[in-house]
Design a protein around this ligand. Structure first.
Ligand code: GNR
Ligand code: NI
Length: 175
């Protein structure tokens, strides 16, 4: 029997504003079930990353796949820590599956180094730039209850919240 798609929460939602808790050995069974469901939801959306709080799970874990050359490259990040970030900044347009249809330019450190555990629980490090860097920082933010709109001006943020509320109202009415 195939498993139904796990829904992605749309903001505003309390769990999207909350700090997620560290993953421990006690979560092993839960993660074994959750990880493939998160990839399925992310590929279906489609998106390039998905953090556990976006599917209602308050744990410090996210999945990423940038699909380089259109080939799957699934990556799992458990208890990620940003251990280095460049002073140089980079700006790129971001979206978020929890703010559907909303986009804004976000400025962040250009390069980051993350320390994390992979799906097998092995200690790993990754250095990233460009889209992967923005994506890892965006996902790491989700684990701290931060959305990309928290990095932009209040004016732009309020515009996005208004547009999202209107789109959600219209979606509700059309349903
Ligand atoms: O699909 C996504 N695209 C994206 C583009 C630029 C920077 C970050 C991202 S992540 C986003 C999916 C998502 O909401 N992850 O939390
Ligand atoms: Ni997001």
């Amino acid at each position: 029997m195939d498993t139904p798609l796990i829904p992605i929460l749309v903001a505003p939602q309390a769990i999207l504003k909350a700090r997620a808790l560290p993953v421990t050995d006690k979560h092993a069974d839960q993660l074994r079930d959750l990880i493939p469901r998160m990839f399925a939801a992310m590929y279906h959306a489609p998106g390039i990353g998905l953090a556990a709080p976006q599917v209602g799970v308050g744990l410090r874990m996210f999945v990423v796949d940038l699909m380089p050359d259109d080939k799957p490259d699934p990556m799992v990040f458990i208890n990620p820590e940003i251990v280095l970030q460049s002073t140089e900044l980079a700006t790129r347009e971001e979206g978020c599956l929890s703010l559907p249809g909303q986009y804004a330019d976000v400025t962040r450190p250009a390069r980051v180094k993350l320390r994390y555990l992979d799906a097998q629980g092995a200690k790993k490090e990754i250095e990233a730039e460009d889209l992967l860097s923005a994506c890892l920082q965006h996902e790491h933010d989700h684990l701290n209850g931060v959305l990309f709109v928290d990095h932009i001006s209040a004016l732009k943020r309020n515009m996005i919240w208004r547009k999202l509320a209107k789109a959600q109202r219209e979606k509700q009415g059309a349903g």
